[in-house]
Design a protein around this ligand. Structure first.
Ligand code: OGA
Ligand code: MN
Length: 220
């Protein structure tokens, strides 16, 4: 009795169907998007996934909190970045479907931009109020495995006054401040400098990288 109750408590309660995560990337990504990504190094896509997919990701991230393992108990990073993270593994039902869809987007970038992407990785992230992530590129000095970064946002009802903007310096050296709106995917060259401004309330996202190296088994 006790044992099964425990199993039930710790079991994933996320209901998600792969079909809900299907995106017609050929339809979503226009010629203009591809030109902008190639020339300026970044694009923004809004209303990317279905409501069902968005809700499943919100649940799995802990943004909608009815499950024990939320990101408030994730792995805390250094002073430079204030987010708690949880890598997406096969145990993440919604997250795995999300990554499969991202792999299809990567295939489009390979076909149309010769991006040379071999696999993708992603983690849920939660920035507590009062935290951000200082200026950085997603490739540490001397590394170039990450080709394209994509950040997907999970907070309903986020406004500019809530802070937490993603600030990106593009290939033309122009600064852009992007509000982390739910169901928004910001895609950018992993070598661009960017930062997360201090968030004034808990900020949930999925940080995603499309990489040129071969898949290495995930080790926690
Ligand atoms: C990162 C990052 C941006 C964001 O996790 O490397 O830059 O908007 N995130 O969350
Ligand atoms: Mn980054």
């Amino acid at each position: 009795m006790l044992k099964s109750a425990k199993i039930k408590d710790s079991a994933l309660e996320i209901t998600a169907n792969q079909a809900d995560f299907w995106v017609d990337w050929d339809e979503v990504i226009s010629e203009q998007h591809l030109d902008k990504l190639a020339n300026n190094g970044w694009i923004v896509l809004d209303d990317v996934f279905s409501n069902q997919a968005l809700t499943a990701l919100q649940e799995e991230s802990g943004f909608i909190r009815y499950r024990a393992a939320s990101l408030t108990s994730g792995i805390r990073q250094s002073q430079i970045r204030g987010d708690n993270i949880r890598w997406i593994t096969k145990d993440c039902v919604a997250g795995s479907y999300y990554l499969q869809s991202i792999d299809e987007l990567a295939a489009l970038f390979n076909r149309d931009l010769f991006a040379g992407i071999r696999h993708s990785e992603a983690h849920f992230a939660c920035y507590p109020a009062g935290f951000g992530y200082q200026w950085h590129s997603d490739n540490p000095l001397g590394r170039d495995e990450r080709v394209i970064s994509a950040v997907f946002y999970l907070n309903d009802d986020w406004t500019a006054a809530d802070g937490g903007a993603l600030e990106v310096v593009d290939l033309q050296n122009r600064l852009h401040c992007l509000t982390p709106l739910a169901n928004r995917l910001v895609i950018f060259d992993s070598n661009l400098q960017h930062q997360v401004a201090i968030a004034h309330k808990k900020r949930y996202s999925i940080a995603t990288w499309m990489r040129r190296d071969t898949l290495v088994p995930f080790v926690e």
